[in-house]
Design a protein around this ligand. Structure first.
Ligand code: CO
Length: 143
């Protein structure tokens, strides 16, 4: 791991790849059965409007997501990608505050009000505007 300095921030480990799927049970059987992965049970996260399955790959993980409840933040995405699709990548950072500061200084956009929120893993996260990052929604998570 490279050393963090006060001059810049950097993304570190790929924490997870999130994939929105139309059917979590089917997704579980594909990752478990066909791919032989270590897969969790379906876990509802009502406060985030999603149900998830975690695929544990040791050094990183895949999160399979499905909308939960009304106004889920991923409902529209599933409508636009009815067969499922990669939704975002999540990278770990040492300091979310530093990351937000450096990125906004460069004119790069943080989604929402730009204030870090507690994410699905109980850690501070922000999401970066996909139009500024080659069409990919990026989540930063403070470790
Ligand atoms: Co995520």
């Amino acid at each position: 791991m490279r050393k963090r300095t006060e001059k810049y921030f950097m993304i570190e480990k790929l924490n997870h790849v999130a994939i929105v799927v139309p059917d979590l049970s089917k997704a579980k059987s594909i990752y478990e059965g066909a791919l032989g992965a270590k897969v969790s049970d379906i876990k509802p996260l009502p406060e985030h409007g999603v149900s998830t399955i975690f695929v544990d790959l040791g050094s990183t993980k895949i999160e399979l997501l499905h909308p939960l409840g009304d106004g889920s933040p991923i409902s529209k995405f599933l409508e636009q990608n009815p067969n499922g699709s990669i939704h975002h990548l999540c990278f770990e950072v040492q300091s979310i505050k530093e990351a937000v500061k450096r990125l906004t200084e460069k004119g790069l956009r943080i989604l929402g009000d730009g204030i870090p929120k507690i994410g699905a893993h109980g850690k501070l996260v922000v999401f970066l505007h996909p139009k500024d990052f080659l069409g990919t929604l990026i989540e930063l998570e403070e470790i």
